[in-house]
Design a protein around this ligand. Sequence first.
Ligand code: NDP
Length: 287
Amino acid sequence: DTKKITLLGLGAMGTAIARTWLAAGYDLTVWNRTASRAEPLAAEGATVAASAAEAVAASPLVVVCLLDDASVGEALATADLTGKDLVNITTGTPEEARGRAAWAARRGASYLDGGIMAVPPMIGVPESGAYVFYSGSGALYETHREALAVPAATRYTGEDPGSASLHDVALLSAMTGLFAGISHAFALMRDTDVPPTRFAAPLVEFLTGMTGYAHGAAAQLEAGDYTLGVTSNLAMMVQANGTLLRTAEDQGVSAELIAPFMALMERRLAEGGGAEGTTGVIDLLKR
Ligand code: NDP
């Protein structure tokens, strides 16, 4: 019965997800370690199980949205997973996802891992752009595609159970660099007569225009030619780094957020990459 779902974990994310299934008419059984968090959902039509094992027994599809990988193992320790379709949307590393998939297989369950690319208020709001990366059992994904697409759009990335998590982490890692750059830019502009709200406009416009860099780097990586389509070469960019660092110094701003990337650019230049863009830095990172 594809209309029956069990959900373990009613934190901020689990609760938001549960509500979308209830609103869509699914027969939802829920469990949460702290039982009181299930009360509002019971009032909205969910069946509340007394234990995780009882919740698992209620439906063929079992979705887990807990704190971390360790809490998943703990919550499911005594549950009978034989024949279950287990979907784990708890955030973890790719290695944890692969380990959990092998663990599920030993216990007779099919396994799909997920990485949620949204915050709770985006769940159930298609215009928000929320989606979940899924990887692992393609058969499980196809069977439950419709139910999985209710809280947020779905993107299947392949049979390797670690793939969804790797996509998730790669995007969040890129975001970390973006936030670092934005933080440095605001620090430079601080104590000037330009209010941050006015500087934000050109900042967003410029960064949005620069995102095409990813397509250029991708084409170079695939061609194995890091000079392909280069308009600003590394020799010139390393020269420009000097201006960036001296300006930070003059404005009394620490360069600690941008200096590590610049150091890698210099290393690549020293190794003879002057005609390339910055794609060669990727080679230096790979251990
Ligand atoms: P919360 O902190 O709100 O909820 C955590 C949940 O995990 C609670 O249900 C908690 O139960 C349960 N839990 C923790 N430890 C255990 C344990 N040992 N055994 C059983 N249950 C346990 O987190 P969220 O709901 O926000 O997040 C859930 C998952 O979704 C996380 O992996 C998170 O990384 C991911 N996610 C969250 C996003 C967000 O913006 N919130 C965005 C993208 C992904 P109890 O109520 O008893 O404490």
